[in-house]
Design a protein around this ligand. Structure first.
Ligand SMILES: *[C@@H]1O[C@H](CO)[C@@H](O)[C@H](O)[C@H]1NC(C)=O
Ligand SMILES: *[C@@H]1O[C@H](CO)[C@@H](O)[C@H](O)[C@H]1NC(C)=O
Ligand SMILES: [Zn+2]
Length: 599
């Protein structure tokens, strides 16, 4: 994911105090803060603390960015009813055979080595890459393709492989019944680069792919070569058993997810749109989400929503001159005032009855027996009662910092530059402000908010303003100018929210629950599991796939403890048994989808 935040992983913070905030940084770093409100000890806050843990655990392990309006038909109907576990009946024997095969050491070691071998091919992708076919730095992906061919002979014999834009991969596995909508499984081949300065901090070298008996080490082990190799291993295992699908399946693997999928996912999208048409897939599963234990329950959270993003470049242009005769405020001073005003007017998060965040809360109210009764009551009341909804929102804003990060639009002033010399007044100064846009908002709404906040300040300093093409004031009569623009031209609206009622959601939920039931891991098989809809704070390749299906799930079937230290940072490692569960999930999904009437 462009997780520029690590999606797969939950940070856990433990201190003597009762309440920690766990955050996932842009590059997968974990941060723990103690809440200043912890010791206030009100019932309300305590209640919220418990929910916070759960929400952080579930929500923040997602990576980086956003989505759009929620369907009206879903409103008010969400009660977090749980699907029954779905296992195949026609393919039942095959599934049982696979269970036996997965239990053999031979299969396990071969699968772990498949992942290790892929990690050893360093498919790092940098932001400054030219186009595939022109910039030779992409060519390492060719080595990965050769490796995949040698490692997955059945896949390469039985599926039809199409290479798009030089290195993106699409495998079509044609089913017998062309009237069934195919299922699309996606992952990415690229990994974020390893910072050379951190090499000595790695327990095992970052491109070793070393299996130490518990962990498989290296860059990409969590993000996202486990998704790539896991899905291919699952298909290879089915083909080895002679499985021939009724439904068609498509596997698609991007090449630059970590920089927005601009070459890979876009080419895959165009290919799939022309080969299959719009809205032609029954279901799409990409990286993201995951599951984890909380209050004695395994919470599994496929992300149905994804935030949008906008990086605003705000530039102040003022006349230059000699520093000996300065105005009261230079362009840099004015820029500082503009930033101060922005930070004094952050986005206020909202709790919407049909929003994903409120759905998560309802799952806790419905299934978490350790949630205090008052909390449960107000969450349930808010389903119909506007006063209760507002009260809940107010409390979340006051007591739960994570609420605004997960549910709201965020802004962060991240880059600043201006001025060239101490004896010259700065003619130009600028900042770049990163925004993650809430699923209920939009790029347009954010731009309007930004302009509304900065215009009074610009006017005060006698500057005109161009806010994303809309002019304020008279540029020719002003003492200077403020220019707002999309810094990198990659503005993104929040993703359309995947319906959480209906067949596809029931199918993915039932498949997750069935996989957990069949898990090797005792802990999981004995504990009750609940599926709740998740919200992704970062963007994956799915940002380009909206038109392929309405049913996009960002979900990597892994426990929050299956990654040693998160993604995008030092000591990325995947728990081997967790990798096995991913393979099991893919196989169960394929076998169930093959015969399910839900899709
Ligand atoms: C704004 O700046 C212009 C250009 O420097 C100047 O002519 C004008 O008087 C200023 N207006 C105010 C209200 O200060
Ligand atoms: C989906 O298709 C519409 C209509 O062709 C297009 O305007 C839009 O940009 C597409 N969205 C994505 C995310 O590709
Ligand atoms: Zn990823």
């Amino acid at each position: 994911m462009t997780w520029h935040s690590a999606q797969d992983v939950t940070c856990t913070c433990k201190t003597a105090d009762s309440y920690n905030v766990t955050e996932k940084g842009e590059h997968g770093a974990c941060r723990c803060d103690k809440s200043s409100r912890v010791n206030e000890g009100t019932r309300w806050i305590l209640h919220l603390v418990i929910v916070t843990f759960a929400l952080l655990y579930l929500g923040l392990r997602l990576y980086t960015s956003p989505p759009s309006k929620i369907l009206e038909s879903q409103a008010d109907e969400f009660l977090c009813q749980q699907a029954a576990p779905i296992t195949p009946s026609k393919n039942k024997g095959l599934l049982e055979d696979l269970d036996d095969i997965f239990a053999t050491r031979d299969f396990q070691l071969k699968a772990y080595e498949s992942l290790g071998g892929a990690i050893r091919i360093p498919t790092q992708t940098w932001d400054d890459y030219g186009r595939p076919g022109e910039d030779s730095r992409w060519d390492v992906l060719g080595k990965l393709h050769e490796y995949l061919e040698s490692r997955f002979p059945f896949v390469h014999a039985k599926l039809s492989k199409t290479v798009v834009n030089h290195y993106a991969l699409v495998y079509s596995w044609k089913g017998k019944d062309a009237s069934l909508k195919p299922v699309l499984l996606t992952a990415h081949q690229d990994v974020v680069p390893v910072e050379p300065l951190t090499l000595d901090q790695w327990v095992q070298p970052p491109f070793s792919g070393y299996f130490d008996g518990e962990w498989i080490w290296g860059r990409g082990s969590c993000d996202d070569k486990s998704g790539l190799i896991g899905s291919l291993t699952a298909v290879e295992a089915l083909l080895e058993q002679g499985f021939e699908p009724t439904r068609s399946f498509v596997l698609a693997y991007g090449i630059d997810e970590e920089r927005g999928g601009i070459e890979g996912a876009t080419a895959i999208r165009d290919h799939l749109l022309s080969a299959y048409g719009p809205d032609s897939f029954s279901l799409l599963v990409d990286e993201g989400g995951g599951y984890g234990e909380e209050n004695g329950i395994i919470w599994s959270q496929p992300a149905v929503a994804e935030k949008g993003q906008l990086n605003v470049r705000m530039e102040v242009d003022t006349p230059g001159g000699h520093s000996s005769r300065p105005p009261a405020h230079t362009g840099i001073g004015i820029l500082a005032s503009l930033i101060t005003e922005l930070e004094a007017n952050p986005h206020i998060p909202h709790l919407y009855r049909d929003g994903t965040y409120y759905k998560q809360l309802q799952c806790h109210a419905e299934h978490d027996s350790q949630l205090p009764a008052t909390m449960r009551r107000i969450i349930k009341e808010a389903r119909e009662n506007d006063v209760a909804l507002k009260q809940l929102e107010t409390e979340l804003i006051a007591s739960l910092p994570a609420f605004k990060h997960i549910a709201g639009t965020t802004q962060a002033v991240d880059v600043i530059a201006g001025g060239v010399k101490v004896n010259a007044l700065p003619e130009q100064a600028h900042v770049i402000v990163n925004h993650r846009i809430a699923d209920y908002s939009s790029v347009k709404e954010l731009q309007a908010h930004f302009a509304d906040v900065v215009w009074p300040v610009a006017e005060h300093f006698n500057l005109s303003l161009d806010a994303f093409g809309t002019l304020y004031g008279d540029k020719s009569a002003a003492a200077g100018h403020v220019q707002l623009s999309d810094a990198f031209g990659n503005a993104l609206n929040p993703a359309p929210v995947t319906p959480t009622s209906g067949d596809a959601y029931e199918f993915i939920s039932g498949t997750i629950l069935a996989t957990l039931k069949r898990s090797f891991r005792e802990r999981e098989s004995k504990m009750r599991a609940v599926v709740a809809p998740g919200l992704s704070l970062g963007n994956t390749d799915t940002r380009h796939y909206w038109n392929l299906t309405r049913h996009i799930f960002r979900y990597g079937h892994q426990d929050s403890r299956d990654c040693y230290n998160g993604a995008h940072t030092v000591n990325e490692a995947k728990r081997a048994t967790g990798f096995l569960e991913m393979i099991r999930f893919f196989d169960l999904l394929i076998l169930s989808a093959d015969e399910s009437s839900l899709l």
